[in-house]
Design a protein around this ligand. Structure first.
Ligand code: SF4
Ligand code: SF4
Length: 139
């Protein structure tokens, strides 16, 4: 399978955000809503944007900005603590993308498939897996 480009972004818009988003979605682009909060005059949402290429993602973000949306790119990473993981595979059962791999009863992560949705962290009984913000300068 070809690797697709992924970017986690926070979008803040006022007004007709749903119509705006639907107008700029192009073929081959997938958007997952990770979280959203709504106030009487604004909607703030974290989105995982996946597309066939980095340029495709960038063009999508440029388009959102042209529509007047505030867009902030978020750097997130998946952290798995091997010491506290009991390999119960609960995270595997809830992962929507196949980023949690189980082989010989051992759990490992394929971060290239991860959309940072946090479902694995929510279900983990030991706190062994979490989505963290990547600090500036870290790889
Ligand atoms: S849910 Fe937590 S303890 Fe269970 S396999 Fe996943 S990371 Fe390990
Ligand atoms: S955050 Fe966890 S559940 Fe969500 S895609 Fe990544 S590995 Fe899967």
């Amino acid at each position: 399978m070809n690797e697709r480009a992924r970017k986690i972004v926070r979008v803040k818009a006022r007004g007709e955000v749903v119509r705006t988003l639907s107008e700029v979605v192009e073929e081959g682009l997938e958007i997952s809503i990770l979280s959203a909060s709504v106030t009487p005059d604004s909607i703030t949402a974290e989105l995982a944007v996946q597309a066939p290429s980095e340029e495709h993602v960038r063009e999508f973000l440029r388009t959102l900005r042209r529509f007047g949306l505030e867009v902030k790119e978020l750097e997130k990473t998946l952290v798995h603590d091997e010491e506290t993981c009991v390999h119960c595979t609960a995270c595997h059962s809830v992962c929507p993308t196949g980023a949690v791999v189980v082989e010989d009863h051992e759990v490992s992560l394929d971060e290239s498939e991860c959309i940072m949705c946090g479902s694995c962290a929510e279900i983990c009984p030991t706190g062994a897996i979490k989505v963290a913000s990547r600090k500036e300068g870290e790889e």
